[in-house]
Design a protein around this ligand. Structure first.
Ligand code: SF4
Length: 250
């Protein structure tokens, strides 16, 4: 499987889940490389913004920013080897993230089976952009889907970032939660349209303020609080940003 590389190995780290309904819980993160979307503000652009690709990114405005050399930021890994690495952490909650992890479901299944052979109590969360459908086997193996549909501010065309049949499948699955990032009223209006169109119950919707620093989170938080009070959504902070800022591997 192709994972993101951190230093000499795959990007696997033990931390607190920073977002979603499990926010605050200890978890081991395993980050896949590659994504089928290319959001212009993506904070894990090292998973897809490789040299030679045409995708724009907001960091292009920084003269020091360079697209990533693929060999510097990716690593081929055998799921069996990853089992041992993940099992070494004193934690039974694992977050499969990316990039878009649903591009590599077969390999994740090997990892999940390997870890559950060690301890059936393992819990697996998957963070997905909601455009790729889980196979029945993968859906059955996963405990929780953190579905994060992308809005117009991602810069992605609507037909690419919203795949109705896939969203409908997640709405029908009680394991799926829907989380959105909001920068302000335009995003709130879009979230409302989206959740209304797909009949997503408000209690399964989480909205987070946008921000890569605590100050930015604080600036956007009051609007998010107001819309949660109005529409019955759950306010969600971004704990990892508050604790560690915009750093990798934490
Ligand atoms: S879907 Fe997620 S990982 Fe993929 S480009 Fe967008 S923000 Fe980044």
């Amino acid at each position: 499987m192709l994972l993101a590389r951190l230093n000499d190995g795959p990007e696997i780290f033990f931390t607190l889940q920073g977002e979603g309904v499990s926010a605050g819980l200890p978890a081991v993160f395993v980050r896949a490389s590659r994504c089928n979307l290319h959001c212009r503000w993506c904070d894990t652009d090292h998973t897809w913004n490789f040299e030679g690709t045409p995708w724009p990114h907001e960091k292009d405005a920084d003269p020091a920013y360079r697209k990533h050399k693929k060999e510097d930021v990716t690593i081929e890994a055998n799921p069996a080897d990853i089992v041992a690495q993940v099992a070494a952490f004193p934690c039974r909650r694992v977050v499969l993230t990316g990039g878009e992890p649903l591009l590599q479901q077969e390999a994740w299944l090997e990892l999940i089976e390997g870890l559950r052979a060690i301890d059936p109590a393992y819990i697996f969360e998957v963070e997905t952009n909601g455009t790729k459908a889980p196979t029945p086997e993968f859906r059955a193996a996963v405990n929780q889907f953190n579905v994060s549909p992308k809005l117009a501010n991602s810069g992605m065309e609507a037909r690419l970032r919203t795949v109705p049949a896939v969203i409908e499948g997640f709405v029908a699955d009680p394991k799926a939660w829907f989380k959105f990032v909001s920068c302000g009223p335009e995003d709130v209006a879009e979230i409302l349209d989206f959740t209304t169109k797909f009949a997503i119950p408000p209690q399964r919707v989480l909205v987070m303020p946008e921000g890569r620093t605590a100050a930015e989170l604080d600036r956007h938080a009051p609007d998010v609080v107001a819309c949660c009070l109005l529409y019955g959504w759950r306010f969600c902070d971004r704990l990892h940003v508050r604790l560690w800022g915009d750093r990798r591997g934490v």
